[in-house]
Write a protein of this length. Structure first.
Length: 390
């Protein structure tokens, strides 16, 4: 299954957007346009559904509903609203639809972070199976602080949808954290997506599966890191797992190295390949081009495409990027690109197919990098250097 449509009202940068999603999506836009905030709506639903999460915790982690609500929101529509369609395949009608509307309870420092459900609706195909508030909700407002999505006793009719949201994966590997995880301890119930426990996850896999995946990763890495071989996961004397490989050089047996000696790009590639090989639910990636050579970045779109063809099932990938090299690929289709553009009130988001100017450029044979990125450039970017010309 994959997310086929998202409609947002007053979510962070976005006062009102309605966009369709393919199984591979590239989100582009200028700095501070809301690329991370668009990815965060999927994380928000995951945080509601996941074990130990819930609506109030998801809102608290984001600083309260006042920090989630778009600054440009105007009465009478000031509530935060999210609508998501889930499809089994692009050709079929939505298998699931989820809607939620949130308002804020009262004022003051304590209640400011309490969100109240104005409505929560679930469709299975064309059938509306959940429609809140119900009579119980109206008689006890406390119930409207909890979604049915997060409650096993309430989501039995749409457990498949709850599990889908719960399994959405967000990865933004930071090599420094992989090399020294002890210095970046996870706190409380926070999400782990920087790679702190990447090797721990690998060590818990069945040995044959892990070794098979590491062989595939090693074979792929050799194109970018030709001297690397024998990529394995080994435990030190304290039982801590470490990646280890041999780097070939003029000496006959090469030199063993672990993640402390691996380059940032190598670690980010390993994290990307591992994420793509494990899981069948949507994967969110933020600027995967960071630390990578331009020649590698040019292949990322194809790498994702071919890894999505695995027998275990196609995994939707939604990524944000600024990279000319990544988008300089005519194999990226217009329906796979979402453009964010700041407007007078917030940010607009459109599928490239809806922007005639860009669509026509792509039809002439230009790559998305050539057609799309100039459209996202800040209008006064040429003045960036002026303050330093004195």
């Amino acid at each position: 299954m994959f997310i086929s449509r998202v409609k947002l009202t007053n979510w962070k940068n976005f006062t009102d957007i309605d966009i369709t999603l393919a199984e591979r999506i590239f989100i582009v836009g200028p700095n501070a346009s809301g690329k991370s905030n668009l990815l965060d709506v999927f994380r928000f639903l995951r945080d509601i559904a996941r074990d130990g999460g819930g609506l109030q915790e998801a809102v608290r982690q984001r600083g309260g509903l006042s920090k989630i609500r778009c600054l440009s929101a105007r009465a009478p529509r000031t509530d935060v609203e999210i609508e998501i369609d889930i499809n089994e395949s692009p050709e079929e009608e939505p298998l699931w639809k989820y809607q939620i509307g949130l308002t804020q309870k009262g004022g003051g420092a304590v209640s400011e972070t309490r969100a109240i459900i104005r409505f929560e609706k679930v469709w299975k195909g064309p059938e509306l199976i959940i429609d809140r508030p119900k009579e119980d909700d109206k008689s006890d407002e406390e119930l409207l602080q909890y979604t049915h999505l997060e409650q096993p006793t309430a989501n039995s009719k749409f457990r498949e949808l709850a599990d889908f949201f719960k399994s959405i994966d967000y990865q933004h590997i930071i090599p420094q954290i992989i090399r020294n995880p002890v210095s970046f301890q996870k706190t409380g119930n926070t999400e782990e997506f920087f790679g702190r426990d990447l090797f721990e996850k690998m060590s818990k896999m069945p040995k044959n599966t892990r070794e098979s995946q590491l062989k595939k990763i090693e074979a792929a890495l050799k194109s970018a890191v030709p001297n690397l071989k024998n990529l394995t996961l080994e435990k030190d004397k304290m039982g801590m797992p470490h990646l280890q490989a041999i780097y070939e050089h003029w000496r006959p047996h090469g030199a063993k190295q672990n993640e402390e000696q691996f380059s940032d790009g190598t670690l980010r590639l390993i994290g990307l390949f591992y994420s793509m090989l494990n899981g069948s639910y949507p994967l969110l990636l933020e600027e995967p081009e960071l630390s990578l050579h331009s020649g590698v970045v040019q292949k990322l779109a194809e790498i994702i495409h071919f890894m999505q063809k695995r027998k275990s099932g196609k995994r939707q990938v939604i990524l944000s990027t600024h990279s000319y090299d990544l988008l300089n690929n005519t194999g990226i289709n217009p329906e796979e690109i979402i453009i964010l553009k700041p407007v007078s009130e917030g940010t607009d988001a459109k599928n490239v197919n809806e922007i005639d100017e860009v669509k026509k450029l792509l039809e002439t044979g230009l790559s998305p990098a050539e057609a799309v990125l100039p459209f996202t450039e800040a209008p006064n970017i040429s003045q960036l250097i002026l303050p330093f010309q004195d």
